[in-house]
Design a protein around this ligand. Structure first.
Ligand code: PAF
Length: 280
């Protein structure tokens, strides 16, 4: 595996792959890799001849007071795991390489980039959209792969790629879960022993809500009960528990029968803000 720290070297390698007519997949990450990331890498290897994994903790997607400084960093372990998976390139740009000191361009995505996570993390999606646009333009891969656990992020990225005519196919990978249902996330490392016991209730509450909505119960009552349930099992606050159109993310208080719907939730357990979502 080659480790590359700047755009010039990255482009030189990719040009070489292009000249040999080898397809390239990109898996963007912020490191602290877990089985969810590794499953995206395996998917990338299945799809393309060459796989690039980027590892960049993007300061632009953290608002003030968020966990930028404490975000888990396990670089050596990450590099080892990626080597074992036979990844071709680990792209680890420095902050200075990614953002010039006087950089003044930000990408914002209206519609799917509004509401839900954006309501409590105001800089998150513009930060993600900006860095992902840059990563895609730096690599120009054939395919880029993102996890469904960050469902709103996935829709934001699909939309910006479409709107900006970036020639890349965006693919998604299924959420990988612990045996008890907890979605894998680098931030699960923040959970204390007791919080870890409560954490799977987030997924459980989503599946219960899915069941009740499917049985015809009123959406507003199901959402309210789900929030109360999470508070009763130890979650301290709920950012949202929503039932939305799966493509536009517009919330609906009526069961969608002719369009796909999604249940999405974000809630706090101690220092960890957990998010999850399922088809509804
Ligand atoms: O999902 C993530 O890890 C990040 O938001 C991403 C897509 C790598 C952008 O920094």
């Amino acid at each position: 595996m080659r480790t590359v720290r700047n755009v010039k070297d990255l482009r030189r390698l990719i040009q070489h792959y292009n000249e040999s007519r080898e397809t390239v997949a990109l898996v963007p990450t912020m490191g602290a890799l877990h089985e969810g990331h590794l499953s995206l890498v395996r998917q990338a290897k299945y799809r393309c001849q060459r796989v690039i994994v980027s590892l960049f903790v993007n300061p632009k997607q953290f608002s003030e007071g968020e966990d930028l400084e404490s975000y888990p960093q396990t670089y050596e372990r990450d590099a080892q795991l990626l080597t074992e998976l036979d990844v071709d390139v680990l792209y680890m740009p420095t902050r200075e390489e990614m953002y010039q000191r006087d950089a003044s361009t930000t990408i914002t995505v209206a519609g799917v980039g509004e509401g839900l996570c954006q309501s409590t993390r105001p800089d998150f999606f513009s930060g993600v959209a900006t860095v992902v646009t840059k990563l895609l333009l730096q690599c120009l891969p054939d395919v880029a792969i993102f996890g469904e656990k960050d469902y709103q992020q996935l829709l934001v990225i699909r939309r910006l790629v479409r709107d900006l005519d970036i020639p890349v196919a965006i693919e998604s990978g299924n959420t990988v879960r612990e045996n008890d249902g907890l979605a894998l996330s680098s931030r699960n490392a923040y959970l204390s022993e007791n919080e870890r016991i409560s954490a799977p209730h987030l997924y459980y509450s989503l599946t219960q809500a899915q069941h009740r909505i499917g049985a015809g119960e009123a959406i507003s009552k199901v959402l309210w009960d789900s929030e109360q349930y999470l508070l009763s099992v130890g979650f301290e606050s709920i950012d949202y528990f929503a039932y939305s159109d799966a493509e536009t993310l517009v919330p609906s208080d009526r069961r969608l029968t002719n369009r796909p719907a999604r249940l999405l939730a974000a809630a706090w357990l101690g220092k960890a803000r957990l998010i999850d979502n399922i088809a509804a």
